[in-house]
Design a protein around this ligand. Structure first.
Ligand code: ATP
Length: 293
């Protein structure tokens, strides 16, 4: 089966800033794929090229079997987009906005059902200008999935969501994926990537530096484990490739239960920070200032 997204050698520069510098990506149907990376890494530029909103300089791009830069209205109707910026405030109510947008699609979801999915039922008659930031973001998500898209682009979708709304949103994304919708998600929340993504790619300065299931990213699964325990009233920690052997030895030596035993592998955040390096943000800021100058 043809992948839903296939990208080879993608490049895009703004003046002398190489925003995307040779990206390869493949996303299969029904996958939730997360793009991770620091501010200015090139995620939004990549996603906008895939959405057909931005022209590339070089590279092969196929999305739902077509080149987004030339694809027409029927292709667009198969994609759903939730952009970073919230929907413009207006005098329209949620109902009016969602019903209005539904008219653009050949087979839209039921507007009221979509509002229920994103937790906006109580705001059905409320003017958009009166919604909170998080509620407005939910409206963005509602509009993004309204057209029953085969592929949804979610660019930092849960920014401004309270913890409960995030969990509800995660359930919604899982439901979409279960229905066969492919999801390309950019997020700065590593727990979100870990909870949702089948696979993730980390982009740093326009290049993919790691790719794989979040549990395996950057060699996480095979990363050295920290075994911690309490012995003779003191904390002990060893870093090891063989935690099972250490635990067996400890159990034998201590004659049974090992007090306060824990085994920790590197978290996704540990791996991510290692991959992006501590100077990524500083360098990015410099790049932006240079462009402005
Ligand atoms: N329209 C533009 N004109 C000039 N430079 C741009 C433009 N859009 C983005 N850039 C630059 O391209 C680089 C990549 O930006 P991009 O928005 O793709 O990053 P990002 O990974 O999405 O960042 P964030 O996490 O902050 O959203 C940055 O250095 C940015 O300053």
């Amino acid at each position: 089966m043809e992948p839903v997204i296939e990208v080879r050698g993608l490049r895009k520069a703004y003046q002398d800033v190489k925003a995307v510098d040779g990206v390869d990506l493949t996303v299969q149907r029904g996958e939730i794929f997360a793009l991770l990376g620091p501010n200015g890494a090139g995620k939004t530029t990549t996603v906008e090229i895939l959405e057909g909103y931005r022209r590339r300089d070089e590279g092969e791009v196929r999305v739902l079997g077509e080149d987004p830069s030339t694809a027409g209205a029927s292709w667009r109707a198969k994609t759903g987009v939730v952009l970073q910026e919230a929907t413009d405030a207006g005098e329209l109510s949620v109902k009016e906005m969602v019903e209005h947008f539904a008219c653009y699609y050949p087979s839209p979801r039921n507007p009221q059902a979509v509002c229920e999915l994103v937790g906006l039922t109580e705001k059905w008659g409320t003017r958009i200008s009166k919604l909170s930031g998080g509620q407005r973001r939910r409206l963005d998500v509602a509009l993004g999935i309204l057209g029953h898209p085969e592929l949804v682009f979610l660019d930092e979708p849960t920014t401004g969501f309270d913890p409960k709304a995030r969990r509800q949103f995660w359930d919604l994304v899982r439901m979409l994926a279960k229905e066969g919708t492919t999801v390309l998600l950019t997020t700065h929340y590593l727990d979100e990537a870990e909870a949702l993504a089948d696979r993730a790619a980390v982009i740093v300065r326009g290049k993919v530096v790691a790719e794989g299931p979040p549990s395996e990213l950057g060699g996480r699964q095979t990363g050295r484990a920290h075994v911690h325990w309490l012995e003779d009233g003191a904390d002990h920690v060893v870093e090891t490739d063989e935690p099972t052997r250490i635990v067996l030895e400890l159990a034998h030596r201590l004659g049974g239960e090992v007090p306060e035993l824990s085994i920790k592998r590197p978290t996704l955040e540990d791996i991510y920070l290692e991959l992006v390096g501590t100077d990524a943000e500083t360098k990015d800021q410099k790049t932006k200032e240079e462009v402005a100058a």
